[in-house]
Ligand binder design. Structure first.
Ligand code: ZN
Length: 305
């Protein structure tokens, strides 16, 4: 056999090998079992919580079976980011929209969402604010024929096979607008999530003395990790495994504050933050919770103010 024949034979046998391989691959690809269930099971009995990266502000999408909820929608100029994200999740309708409190980093983008999606119920606290941003939201509520459902502590709602309960605000009036934040606890099977808006220590004290079970696996840290929220007593009562911080890079407030991150370290709570990790998604099957990214390793520098 000369060299040329050998080369040709070698080529022919590797082509034959490839052909056999691709036959195998196609065979397994076309086996119906390996293909179908993924998309349907996602909608079956799983809850997904998407902490959408909107810079400094909050926007949280919750999908439970086919039911959907949006908590806050970021600043005025972030409405499109939120709407695009919802579209990427094939959402056309929201069963609930919660505007936690009237600050622009929470309700700024909400008018865009109300105008672009079909909304079933919008829940807000009994608080007003004399800003154009808040007026825009009220206009959008009116134009879309929606009626505000006032957040009332103890009210419980179904979201697919999950439920959520309103646990704050507990007082009719506050000096600090942040304390009006609607706080909800979402429960799915044995797992739970606590969403706190920008509730401050005063609201936390009220939740603590109300005697309600605050324990949750995942805590959305209040007020972007500010030290004016997340008191030790509150954190101990919630006793979360995971803490989520929705926060913008190099924000003007120094969020998240060093004290808050130190409190996470002291309690061995796994931290996730949108400024470092972008959008973070938690998934619960009712028993276990998984996260689409690793936790954030707190640095020495994070612990200095
Ligand atoms: Zn805020």
């Amino acid at each position: 056999m000369n060299r040329k024949t050998k080369q040709i034979l070698g080529r022919v046998s590797s082509i034959a090998l490839l052909a056999v391989l691709s036959l195998f691959i196609n065979f397994y690809r076309n086996t119906p079992d390996s293909e179908t269930p993924l998309e349907t099971s996602k909608r079956a009995d799983i809850v997904e919580v998407h902490f959408i990266d909107v810079g400094q502000g909050d926007a949280i999408l919750i999908e439970a079976n086919d039911a959907t909820m949006l908590i806050d929608a970021g600043e005025n100029n972030k409405g499109k980011i939120v709407a695009d994200y919802l579209e990427s999740q094939h959402i056309t309708k929201l069963d609930y929209v919660i505007g936690t409190h009237p600050h622009s980093d929470h309700i700024g983008g909400m008018d865009t969402v109300l105008n672009e999606f079909e909304i079933d119920k919008i829940i807000m606290p009994s608080a007003t604010h004399t800003t154009d941003t808040f007026e825009d939201l009220l206009d959008a509520i009116k134009e879309n024929d929606l009626k505000i459902t006032r957040a009332a502590v103890g009210d419980q709602y179904n979201l697919g096979s999950a439920t959520f309960t309103i646990i704050a605000p507990n007082s009719p009036q506050y000096e600090d607008l942040n304390n009006y934040s609607v706080v909800i606890k979402l429960t799915f099977g044995n797992t739970s999530f606590l969403f706190t808006g920008d509730a401050g220590k005063m609201s936390e004290e009220e939740m603590l003395s109300s005697g309600i079970d605050l324990s949750a696996d995942v805590l959305k840290l209040a007020h972007h990790g500010s030290a004016y929220s997340s008191s030790g007593a509150f954190l101990d009562a919630v006793n979360p495994t995971y803490a989520m911080i929705n926060v913008g890079k190099d924000n003007d407030y120094g969020h998240p504050h060093a004290e808050t991150l130190q409190a996470m370290l002291d309690r061995n709570i796994k931290v996730y933050r949108t400024d470092e990790q972008g959008t973070v998604v938690f998934t619960s099957d009712g028993k276990n919770i998984s996260v689409n990214t690793h936790d954030y390793k707190i640095l020495e520098n994070d612990l200095k103010n």
